[in-house]
Design a protein around this ligand. Structure first.
Ligand code: RFL
Ligand code: PHB
Length: 389
């Protein structure tokens, strides 16, 4: 098989890249290790920045988002006895959209299918070769067990944080932070008890009340990194969420419902640089991972491919590699901004250290919620910075 761009990974970065490339007249083939259903049903991100939404709309992927997405103009920050609203629209003139990654993925798959995009699902033994020549290729074994080879002008690793592309870049630096806690994620069939996301600091640990629709809520609880999921009965989950989110008789109440899914998610920051070696480029989680507290991972994946698609098109169509040559540096500027913001939100909201750390956290929360300058910094980063910094 031969194509212009071989894309490894059919998650949001890979599928959106193939969509953007086609609009630029560049052909691609996508290789994916999992099945189409598996990729479509992974419960992950829930929040889109306004620049992500603008881009999806511009490229014809905004119809369902406009109909079913929930526009939020702010978030709530909570700690025992206090709840404050950060109004993004008032502070920085733009809000965010609650629209699940599962929905973004559905829209991408539908659009690519309609365009006749070639996606090979359930491939194995994916390996990247000859990235220092102008004929790189990917070898893999297809779903039927047949060894194959995909030749291309360029290979893009959109294969997430455990894929083979990142390790194929041999001349790279890696920056990493592992946090001493994890999240227990819960999806429940219950109407959200809040109109906006609640990020809560509590002596027992962080909690987040998010949502997917008017009838489905998404919650997270800070737990130990080696937490045993079996130790969390539905009852214990609801009691912990109620306590940490500030449920009070006569005050705000948390509605409970049937828990559909629960899982433990590790929390880490990781940046690999550069995002390119020869004719291999990285985008999305393949190049960087952030803890989910700032809701940045999916947005960074979208921002990367928004820079990469025009760069590859100029290189392959017009023979101009100036944008491709600066892709890594331009993308990393935004990656480090989001890495810092995600780290900052994580360290402000999770219980760690001793009582001194706890007092600093409460003081910082007070400043962020009572000073316009403090609130504006959070709002500007959360609602999203321009695609190119
Ligand atoms: P993905 O989605 O991981 O897709 C990579 C794809 O590559 C495939 N793959 C391979 N294919 C072929 N050959 C191989 N050898 C392969 N190895 C792997 C994988 O099967 C997979 O299909 O990466 P991508 O496309 O870069 O997208 C990144 C986002 O998925 C990720 O950043 C977000 O989900 C992060 N994230 C959030 N981001 C936000 O912007 N807002 C949020 O609110 C938010 N919440 C979250 C999150 C991530 C979470 N988890 C589970 C990590 C909440 C959670 C709980
Ligand atoms: C989610 O709804 O999954 C979600 C929302 C906000 C975050 C992280 C995850 O910061």
């Amino acid at each position: 098989m031969r194509t212009q761009v071989a894309i490894v990974g059919a998650g949001p970065s890979g599928m959106l890249l193939s969509h953007l490339l086609e609009r630029e007249g560049v052909e691609s083939v996508v290789l994916e290790a999992r099945s189409e259903d598996y990729v479509a049903s992974r419960v992950r991100a829930g929040v889109l920045e306004s620049s992500s939404v603008d881009l999806l709309r511009q490229v014809g992927l905004g119809d369902r988002l406009d109909g079913e997405g929930l526009h939020h103009s702010g978030i709530l920050l909570h700690w025992p006895g206090e709840r404050h609203r950060i109004d993004f629209v008032d502070l920085v003139g733009r809000g965010v959209w609650v629209y699940g990654q599962t929905e973004v993925q559905k829209d991408l798959v539908a659009a690519r299918r309609a365009a006749g995009q070639r996606v090979e699902y359930e491939v194995s033994e994916t390996s990247i070769h000859d990235v220092h020549t102008d004929r790189p290729f990917v070898s893999f074994v297809d779903a039927g067990g047949v060894p194959r080879r995909l030749e291309a002008d360029v290979v893009v690793g959109c294969d997430g944080s455990h894929g083979p592309c990142r390790t194929a870049i041999t001349d790279r630096g890696a920056w990493e932070r592992t946090y001493p806690f994890a999240w227990l994620g819960v999806l429940a069939d219950v109407a959200p008890s809040t109109g906006e996301l609640i990020y809560a600091w509590h002596p027992d640990g962080f909690a987040l009340h998010s949502m997917r629709s008017e009838s489905v809520s998404r919650f997270y609880l800070q737990v130990e990194p080696d937490e045993d999921l079996a130790a969390w009965s539905d009852n214990r989950i609801w009691e912990s969420l109620a306590a940490r989110l500030g449920d009070e008789p006569g005050g705000w109440r948390l509605s409970t419902g049937a828990i559909r899914e629960k899982s433990i998610l590790p929390m880490r920051s990781h940046v690999a640089a550069p995002l390119r070696q020869g004719r291999l480029f990285l985008a999305g989680d393949a190049g960087h991972v952030v803890p989910p507290t700032g809701a940045k991972g999916l947005n960074l994946a979208i921002a990367d491919v928004a820079l990469l698609a025009p760069a590859l098109s100029a290189m392959l169509r017009d023979g101009d590699s100036s944008l491709a040559d600066t892709y890594s540096e331009r993308a990393l500027r935004r990656v480090w901004r989001c890495t810092q913001f995600s780290w900052w939100m994580t360290m402000m909201l999770h219980r760690h250290g001793d009582d001194f750390d706890a007092e600093l956290q409460i003081s910082q929360l007070r400043w962020v919620t009572t000073s316009r300058a403090g609130a504006q910094g959070l709002a500007e980063n959360y609602a999203g910075l321009p695609l190119e910094l």
